[in-house]
Ligand binder design. Structure first.
Ligand SMILES: Nc1nc2c(ncn2[C@@H]2O[C@H](COP(=O)(O)OP(=O)(O)OP(=O)(O)O)[C@@H](O)[C@H]2O)c(=O)[nH]1
Ligand SMILES: [Mg+2]
Length: 334
């Protein structure tokens, strides 16, 4: 472990805000320091409860999270917030938003807020978010809220990183209930119709209840509650906290299953990343990957055959064909 990662690891375990922030930057940068930090602190994680908050743009997720954070703080519990935006690249705006939001909890070491946005691939954002959650967990935050914008596959992926998922919507069409795609309906443990001061809140609740009515729930099953909130005025937030605690209390078995699924996906991703890295830089002769990619580009070989050949070459099981070898008549030729 280098001195940088050791210092950051010690700092974040002691709950030092700057060390936490720097450590999250390291996992975002996806370098060796970030990996060393996670290795160093992972044994201290696993205690936090992770809440995903997702929904269409502008329905009031951030306002809700701010209110919920304040509500949770009243019971003395600490809160870490990760605001994840998969739709936009990282901009100064996100940082500015952080500052504004932090001011609401200024001087309170029991709250940490951080924005995360796409720096490269979406998969990288999901990994960085999971790592950031480990850091906040190890730093001792009891609840971690992961806010994601949107209603697509990316959000479903990111909410899978949580123990509980809250889906937020608002009255009216477009950005409202209609915008909740089937995939997002299924991941919700709690629905919030925010901006209940707007017209049509009761109807939005009824629409969600109707959709839920299509499912059958056993007596022990959790039927996602549908609550109205007014985040601007702070109305209904106590009931949100109550629903979160109720879900948390009764779903221990499912939390274990979700954590297992989360670990499964995370480790498999890392294995394929590492494996591909190994194949590309160690197992194959230099240029082999590029050779096969080139043949796919020119439609000389299909992607499946290329992948199979690459794996065979990497395992030393190839038919001896390597860059430059004559492939005429070989597998995959047309
Ligand atoms: N009338 C009303 N406006 C609200 C309420 N909650 C939030 N807003 C307003 O709605 C706008 C969007 O709120 P945000 O909290 O930024 O919404 P968001 O879902 O986090 O937005 P994105 O992160 O951009 O997707 C802001 O102007 C809020 O002031 C509410 O309960 N009633
Ligand atoms: Mg927001």
């Amino acid at each position: 472990m280098n001195s940088d990662s050791r210092r950051l690891t010690e700092g974040l375990l002691a709950g030092d805000t700057r060390a936490i922030a720097r450590s999250i930057s390291c996992v975002e940068a996806d370098g060796t320091t970030g990996v060393e930090i996670i290795k160093g602190v992972f044994g201290h994680s696993g205690r936090a409860y992770l809440i995903g908050v997702t929904g269409p743009p502008g329905v009031g997720k951030s306002s809700l999270v701010d209110r919920l954070t304040a509500q949770i703080r009243r019971s003395g519990r600490t809160v870490g917030v990760l605001a994840v935006d998969p739709t936009s690249p990282f901009t100064g705006g996100a940082v500015l938003g952080d500052r504004v939001r932090m001011q609401a909890h200024a001087g309170d070491p029991g709250v940490f807020v951080r924005s995360m946005a796409t720096r490269g691939q979406l998969g990288g954002l999901a990994r960085a978010t999971a790592d950031a959650a480990v850091i906040l967990d190890a730093a001792g935050f009891e609840l971690i809220v992961i806010e994601t914008v949107g209603v697509g596959q990316a959000e479903v992926e990111i909410s899978r990183a949580a123990d509980m998922t809250i889906v937020v919507t608002m009255p009216g069409s477009g950005d409202g209930v209609q915008a909740l795609k089937a995939g997002v309906m299924e991941i919700a443990d709690l629905f919030l119709v925010n901006k209940a001061d707007h017209e049509g809140a009761d109807r939005a609740v009824a629409e969600i209840e109707t959709m839920l009515g299509l499912n059958t729930y056993g007596t022990d099953d959790w039927r996602p509650p549908v609550l109205q909130t007014r985040a601007l005025e702070g109305v209904g937030i106590d009931r949100v906290e109550e629903a979160v605690d109720r879900f948390r209390a009764r779903r221990d078995v499912e939390v274990q299953q979700r954590r297992r699924a989360r670990v499964d996906a995370r480790v498999r991703h890392l294995v394929s990343d590492r494996f591909l890295e190994h194949v590309e830089h160690r197992a194959l002769n230099p240029g082999t990957l590029g050779y096969w990619l080139g043949r796919v580009v020119s439609a000389d070989v299909d992607p499946y055959t290329a992948a199979e050949q690459i794996v065979r070459n990497a395992l030393g099981e190839g038919d001896g064909l390597a860059p430059g070898a004559d492939m005429s008549g070989g597998e995959g030729n047309r």
